[in-house]
Design a protein around this ligand. Structure first.
Ligand code: ADP
Ligand code: MG
Length: 369
């Protein structure tokens, strides 16, 4: 196994600059997820690491070796694509053997590695079938098996579960994670699905506009998002954002059109956390996750009156949408809490877990320091 280091990677397609100077390190044995919306440069970065695209700038190292301009075959990597790409006329066994036959491996080694991969992927009873006789999930297992048999230094996977239905995707998520742990294999896994990223990654690299926005463990990026993009992209439902300015020991929440302004007094948590926040004109954005708002008794210090606008009953939890200074704020509650529409409730924001962003720079004020 090996580490992967990408420095100042640039890739252009004619006018489009798909990757604009990406810096990334993946440690030996690490499961790294590239996460970001469609078009942000995930596939392009992965294809440069694989050697399927040649970069216009920057360097790529696998282990101690610089591979920036090397052929894919010289890189000791295995690529699992979104589509299953199996040979339809070959059996599962032949499909699994193919990458090893291609490099003239001894038959006994082929048999041993094919059996090992089949066991890990629970397809030992499917070895003599053709791909068309398999379900989508089984086909994708075979595709992953073809990557495993080669025992490469690095696995690269580009949205390998996106063609599967939701239930199977959730199952395979856990299987791939377990497989990677068992093999101890350095893996880069591309997805646009933040739940997939959170549940699988040792670390997540969040990309947007051809640039790395933040890399960190799932909890780091969830609890300390560096900027507004990361804050809004990670978490479901997304973090609530309310524009505001600071005046002394309170935040003046800027009202949406036609709504009344509101003022949120900073409690001792907020005063400590936002100690360096500029007062006065600087436009800020208050960021609060749905689980960091609680409904409390009227008159509780620090609570604000809010109006119930929409109630989403999700089975395991409810999402109550309330109006605050004309902005919709989503609040996560237990499934038994069912307020009526139009009702006034009192909401208290957990300031020790909230964020303030500079509207111009989009940076988290706490992360800026
Ligand atoms: P992602 O995988 O994150 O969805 P991609 O890396 O595929 O994003 O694409 C990044 C940008 O590069 C997009 O704007 C896309 O349209 C463009 N792009 C990707 N591949 C090509 C190509 N072969 N030719 C021209 N533009 C491309
Ligand atoms: Mg892609």
């Amino acid at each position: 196994m090996a580490s992967v280091r990408v420095q100042q990677l640039i890739k252009k397609y004619d006018q489009v600059v798909a990757v604009k100077g990406m810096d990334l390190s993946v440690e030996d044995g690490e499961f790294m997820v590239f996460l970001g919306p469609s078009g942000c440069g995930k596939t392009t970065t992965l294809r440069c690491i694989a050697g399927l695209e040649l970069p216009d700038g920057g360097t790529i190292k696998i282990g101690e070796e610089e591979v920036t301009h090397k052929q894919p075959a010289e890189r000791d990597i295995a690529f699992v694509f979104q589509s299953f790409s199996l040979y339809p006329h070959m059996t599962v066994r032949e499909n699994l053997s193919f990458p090893l036959r291609a490099v003239k491996t001894a038959q006994s080694v082929i048999d041993e590695r094919v059996m090992m991969a089949a066991r890990m992927l629970h397809i030992t009873d499917k070895l003599d079938r053709k791909p068309t006789q398999l379900s989508g999930g089984e086909q994708q297992r075979v595709t992953i098996g073809r990557a495993i048999v080669r025992r490469p230094q690095v696995f690269l996977m580009d949205e390998p579960l996106s063609a599967l239905d939701a239930k199977l995707r959730t199952e395979m998520r856990a299987e791939i994670k377990k497989l990677q742990t068992d093999l101890g294999a350095t893996t880069i896994y591309v997805t646009h699905d933040q739940l997939e990223a959170m549940s699988m990654g040792d670390r997540i690299a969040i990309m947007y506009g051809g640039l790395l926005q933040q890399a960190g463990t799932p909890m780091e990026v969830y609890d300390n998002p560096r900027n507004l993009f990361v804050a809004g992209f990670i978490g479901s439902p997304a973090m609530n954002f309310v524009p505001c300015t600071r005046s002394g020991d309170s935040l003046s929440l800027s009202p949406a059109e036609g709504a009344a302004a509101a003022s949120l007094g900073l409690d001792s948590d907020g005063k400590g956390r936002f100690a360096t926040t500029p007062t006065g004109d600087t436009s800020l954005v208050l960021g609060v996750r749905p689980e960091d708002v609680a409904f409390v008794e009227a008159g509780t210090p620090g609570s604000l009156p809010v109006r119930v606008e929409v109630v989403e009953l999700l089975g395991s939890e409810n999402i109550i949408n309330v109006g605050l200074a004309g902005h919709i704020v989503k609040v996560r509650t237990t499934p038994t809490f069912r307020p009526t529409l139009g009702q006034t409730l009192h909401a208290r924001i957990n300031q020790s877990r909230s964020h303030l962003f500079n509207k111009q720079t989009e940076l988290n004020i706490n992360a800026e320091r």
